[in-house]
Structure formats: C-alpha cells, structure tokens
Design a protein around this ligand. Structure first.
Ligand SMILES: Cc1ncc(COP(=O)(O)O)c(C=O)c1O
Length: 487
C-alpha cells in the first residue's frame, strides 16, 4: 500500500469510525443473530488465491463488524466486566500498529519501553502502591494474575522450582488459599503451572461473600500440621460475580505472619482504591506482594490491556529470565528488557493506549468516572428495590444483582426457587439477544441472578432508569409463556 493510498483509505475509515461512535447510542447493543446467521454473512469461501483491493476490503470488514457485533461501548452494555473502550485508545492502537514496536527488548523499542515503564509507575501511583515496586503490562487479568502466581511460586517455594519443578521427590505438597468467589483464572493457574487444582484450599466467605480470615488461619494451621506447604493467599479486590472486596488489611496481616505470598486480584476493582464511596478495605491493595489490575476494564482502554505490579521488582527477572546468546548480554539496570520480566517474548505496544488514557483523564478524571459508575449501580439497585416485580440481591462496587419475581411468587409461601432460576435465565437470554440492554448473570448461594456491571463512561442515569421496566416486561412475557398462562 502506497502512502497516498493509506492516507485516503485511512481518512475514510476514521470518518466511518467517527460516525459509528456518534451513533452508538442509537444502535442495538447486540445484533442478536445466532451463529449460523453470522457465519452465513461471512461466507464459507476458502483462502483467496489472489489478493484484492484494500478499499473494498476495509469497507466490507467495517460493515461485517459494525453490523454483527456486541458493543461494550454502548451506554446500555452492562454485562460481564468489559470496559467501554475509550476512543483515544482506538487511535493509540492505530499509531502503535503503524510504528510496530517490539517491546520484548529495550533496544528494539526504546521510547515505547519507557512509556510502558512510566505507565506501570503511574498505575502504581493510582493504587497507592509503594515505590520500589515494578510491573509489566499483560494481555489481560488472567495473564496478570498468572504472573503474580508464578512470582509467588518462585519466591516462596524453598527449593529451586524452576529446575526441579513443583513436586520433586520428598517435597511437601504446595497449598494456596482463596474463596470460592475468585475468578476461574485460579483454576487455570493451579492446573497449568503444575500444582493441580487440588492445591487450592477454599476459604469460607461471609454473608457478603468476603473472605473469612479466621477460616484462612485455621486452614493454614491444618495444612502445616499435615506436612503440606502453604505458600500463597489470593484475595479479591472486587469479585467478578458481585464486586465483593475481601478484608485485604486483615488478610495481609495473616499472610505476613504465616510467611505466605499475598496476591490481590484487582482485575475488576483495583482501580476503585481511594475513590470516594469505595470500601475502605480496598486501600489494602497497597499491602500486596503482587496485584493484578486490568486497564481494559476500569481504565476503559480498548482490549487488550492487563497489568501486574509486584512489591519487589527483582522477583520478575528471578521468575522469568533466561538469557540466550541471541539477545544482548546482561542489560544495565537502567533498561528493562520486558521479555525477562514476563512470559511473553515479542510484545506489542499496548502501553500507548493506557498511557494516553491516563494523560487524557488524569487521576481526577478516572476517580470521577469510577465514582459515577458506582453511583449508577446503586441507583439501579435502589430502583430494583422499589419495583414490585424485582428483588435486589447484592450491591458491590459497580455491580448490582437482582431477580425478576412474578407478583404471585413474591411471598415466601408461593415461591418456587427452581422455577425462578429458569425464568431469570430465560429473561437473560432474551435480553442478550434483544438489543435493548445487555446484562449478564451471577450465581449466588445457588440462585441464578441477573447482574449489571457498569464500567462504562457513556452510561447515564437515564440508561439505568430504563432497565427495571425492560427486565420486567421480558419477565412477564416469559412467565406467561413458561407457565402456559393467558394474558
Ligand atoms: C476479578 C477478575 N479477575 C480476573 C478476570 C480475568 O480478566 P481478563 O478477562 O482480562 O483476563 C476478571 C474478568 O472479568 C475478573 O473480573
């Protein structure tokens, strides 16, 4: 592609994207088509033998994705934990792709590497993390948590697990501690990194789904008495289902006393630390040995961008570094070669979109947007409480959960909880394909709940106020159909 062609195609594409962003509110939040329909739109042709002209290709690509997407940036996307995606991040990705830096090594990407290092430092400042720490950007929360997990294994296993593995002959079995509310990355980590999921000890949670520290202490004692080796406790700064925040300062104290690595999963809620209205316990993120946060959630960076911070930066090369002959010998301390600080070798310039977002909004801007998201969640929770056919269940950070309950099941006597689970699952299915509002679900104490999570700077009070009646309308219709009643 010649520069002139790039210029005119680029201008046309940016115009189209600007139009899309301007009309986002008027589009359905999801296209609602099934897999067969989406596949049919794409066509099943084989790999093209010959190339085509870029203008037509870009045109078709834009149409395919704009017309067959779920839009996390839509003001009524309130599902899972997906940030809205700041437009400056989209421009940053274009610039990053054009310069095509490889942030595996400083000498391949000097300014880009420094921008990543500065971004990580600023994220540390945002969290109140002490100086002297370090970190690295990752593809997302799972990978950031994996890095913390591996650092814990490196730091706390008394034999050389990098060469001998995690279960050499005669070694005690490793054990780690977390609640059943922790995101499923923990299972992947225990499995992938050789411990097996039996190494996970489930700590009880209280009525608000927060870790019970007394139970943590008891489990650690039991394991030591049985000859096992406790090495890691994982606490949540905002659980994925309900936004529960574990009592981080108490857990930090126990970890310190017991010699455990203290890892915090702050992928969802870490950035709410210090934001007015957030739980005080969140300030305990600063006590972590390692913490995972996700700029592609509450910093609104477009996917993908995660980040892990460690209290002592030396643990990262101690965990990941191999120096093959085809890389420069030992770098000076001043220059970070990120291939030695994490699992990736070649690495993209994801730092740029995060760095630009931080500069565009500043600490104050992020505080205001996060506080607003939390206030909107409370507004929805309160509205659910006032609605005769909705029952609010939990409120944590910017997550509200609730349930549609038909009028004749409002009293405990006439209730069929199994039916309500099925009915609310049907409501969710209808909402996710309907295009009016996109929710997801949580299962709390075995009950299926509708769940709204706001990590979206476009969502307004008006959007939130529309949710109860949209849900109730779907609930009424489906209840009639499922119980075979006539209206
Ligand atoms: C608490 C928590 N941890 C980890 C993750 C995984 O993050 P990612 O999807 O960015 O890998 C999520 C995702 O929602 C999360 O909410």
């Amino acid at each position: 592609m010649r520069p002139e062609e790039f210029r005119s195609l680029g201008h046309a594409l940016v115009d189209r994207i600007a139009e899309f962003l301007g009309s986002l509110r008027d589009l359905p939040v999801a296209s609602g088509q099934d897999a067969a329909a989406v596949r049919a739109r794409l066509g099943s042709g084989g790999l093209p033998e010959r190339g085509a002209t870029p203008g037509a290709l870009l045109d078709e690509a834009a149409r395919l994705v704009f017309e067959n997407a779920v839009f996390p940036g839509h003001p009524r996307f309130l599902g899972y934990v997906v940030g809205a995606g700041a437009p400056i991040g989209a421009l940053a990705d274009l610039l990053a792709g054009a310069v095509n830096q490889n942030l595996g090594a400083w000498h391949l990407a000097p300014m880009a590497t420094e921008i990543e290092a500065q971004t990580v430092r600023w994220i540390g400042e945002l969290l109140g993390f002490p100086e002297g720490g370090g970190g690295i950007l990752t593809s997302g929360g799972n990978m950031a948590n994996f890095v913390g997990f591996l650092a814990a294994r490196r730091a706390k296993v008394p034999w050389d697990s990098r060469t001998a593995g995690v279960a050499p002959p005669g070694a005690p079995a490793l054990r780690l501690y977390t609640t059943g509310e922790t995101h499923t990355w923990i299972h992947k980590a225990a499995d992938l990194f050789g411990l097996g999921t039996d190494a996970i000890r489930r700590v009880a949670a209280d009525a608000e789904l927060r870790m019970d520290p007394a139970h943590l202490e008891r489990l650690v004692r039991e394991d030591r008495a049985a000859g096992r080796l406790p090495f890691l406790v994982v606490a949540s700064a905002g659980t994925v289902s309900t936004g529960a925040v574990d009592p981080l300062p108490r857990v930090a104290e126990i970890a310190q006393r017991e010699g455990l690595w203290f890892h915090v999963d702050g992928a969802y809620g870490g950035f709410a630390a210090g934001v007015p209205g957030a739980p005080e316990d969140l300030r305990g993120v600063a006590l972590a040995d390692s913490i995972a946060v996700d700029p592609h959630k509450w910093l609104y960076a477009p996917l993908e961008a995660g980040c892990v911070l460690v209290r002592d930066r030396k643990i990262l090369p101690a965990t990941f570094e191999y120096r093959p002959p085809y890389y420069p010998a030992e770098p000076d301390d001043d220059r970070i070669d990120y291939h030695s600080w994490g699992p990736q070798n070649s690495r993209g310039f994801r730092a740029l979109k995060v760095w630009l977002g931080l500069r565009l909004a500043g600490r104050e801007g992020y505080r205001a947007m996060i506080a607003e998201d939390m206030a909107l969640a409370r507004r929805l929770f309160d509205a659910a409480a006032l609605h005769p056919e909705l029952e609010p269940v939990t409120l944590g950070l910017s997550i509200a959960t609730f349930r549609f309950v038909p009028a004749d099941m409002a009293a405990p006597a006439g209730r069929d909880e199994g039916y309500l689970d099925r009915l609310n699952a049907a409501v969710l299915e209808r909402l996710q394909s309907g295009g009016e509002v996109f929710l997801s679900n949580a299962v709390v104490r075995d009950r299926f709940l509708l769940r709204s999570c706001i990590v979206n700077f476009r969502t307004s009070a008006e959007d939130v106020d529309a949710v109860p009646e949209i849900v109730a309308r779907a609930g009424r219709e489906l209840d009639r159909a499922m119980r075979g009643r006539k209206s």
